[in-house]
Design a protein around this ligand. Structure first.
Ligand SMILES: [Zn+2]
Length: 323
């Protein structure tokens, strides 16, 4: 029996912890659609399932493209202490100071959302429906990753502090347990972001400031929680997995006073607002008359390729780094 339990525990430890989890990424893109003005809803509402399903494409790409990983995080603590003033906020200034290779090594998410915003703006200008949808889905992914505290810390999976698994705990287990039943995603309207770079950095610094709390509270709760009740074995898709128990998860969530829900809501708002900003900057094109309305053979091939890369899971994502 002991050997079986150990085997299951190892299986669980080897399960990749995706950014925000597939569940939360899909929810974020789904809810973001409802923040848009009617002129955008005409395109985004009928395609809400595509936007939600493809919210996870960037994570799938991590399995096949080496350059993909750094777009999802930044180890901001590599650059000193809060507020990390030694790191220039503008990409070109940061490149001049550290070089592109070094920046890539420690993650580039606050800059990558700018690249995605630019690409989406161009797609709106070209009135290219397939591209607008693909880029919108992916922009929502990176923007959401930016809001995750452990995406702004080199101790991203608690590997330096004996808390392995905390990454997936925060961004997958808690949303899966609580989002549908207890959290509120009524969020008002998207707004125009006049300074997207400052906006992204502000959100990123909030993530960085929260990372310590995320780690510390888990340590404190573990210390006073009955050790045999921290984890539970549950059946999922026919496989028994070890995960943080419901009681431990709820106790942790209440210690954090709604932090995960709050960051998820902010992710939704930021995603919708970046979509809206791209559309405004493109001159508010009429989205009821677009070109390129169906996905090309190459697009469809790419979607299949991403799915296969993910299923094979031979990746370059940093979730494969051992602690
Ligand atoms: Zn990600």
């Amino acid at each position: 029996m002991k050997r079986i339990i150990l085997g299951l525990a190892m299986l669980s430890a080897a399960t990749p912890c995706f950014c925000w989890g597939f569940f939360a990424h899909k929810k974020i893109n789904h809810y973001a659609v409802f923040l848009l003005p009617p002129e955008m809803l005409v395109l985004f509402k009928p395609n809400i399932d595509f936007l939600s399903d493809h919210a996870t494409d960037p994570d799938k790409r991590r399995y096949a493209v080496a350059a993909e990983g750094p777009r999802h995080y930044i180890d901001i603590d590599h650059y000193g202490t809060y507020p990390y003033d030694s790191l220039p906020r503008r990409w070109q200034d940061a490149v001049n100071k550290y070089g592109e290779d070094s920046l890539a090594k420690h993650g580039i998410v606050p800059w990558w959302v700018q690249t995605m915003l630019y690409r989406l703006t161009e797609a709106f200008k070209q009135k290219d429906q397939a591209r607008i949808l693909k880029l919108s889905a992916e922009l929502g992914h990176y923007m959401s990753d930016l809001h995750v505290p452990l995406h702004a810390s080199s101790n991203h999976n608690g590997q330096h502090t004996g808390q392995h698994g905390i990454h997936g705990f925060w961004e997958s287990r808690l949303p899966e347990l609580l989002a549908d039943k207890e959290w509120d995603f009524f969020i008002g309207k998207a707004v125009y972001i006049s300074d997207p770079l400052s906006f992204a950095w502000k959100r990123l610094l909030e993530s960085a400031a929260a990372a310590d709390t995320v780690l510390r509270f888990e340590r404190e709760l573990t210390a006073r929680f009955p050790a045999d009740q921290k984890y539970a074995y549950e059946e999922r898709n026919g496989v028994t997995i070890r995960q943080y128990s419901t009681a431990f998860s709820k106790a942790y969530d209440s210690m954090m006073k709604g932090m995960v829900e709050r960051r998820m809501r902010q992710s939704i708002f930021a995603t919708a607002s970046f979509w809206y900003t791209a559309w405004v900057n493109a001159g508010q094109p009429d989205l009821s008359t677009l070109n390129n309305q169906s996905f090309s053979a190459e697009d469809l091939q790419e979607f299949e390729w991403l799915n296969n890369a993910w299923k094979k899971g031979t990746g370059n994502g940093r979730e494969h780094e051992s602690p």
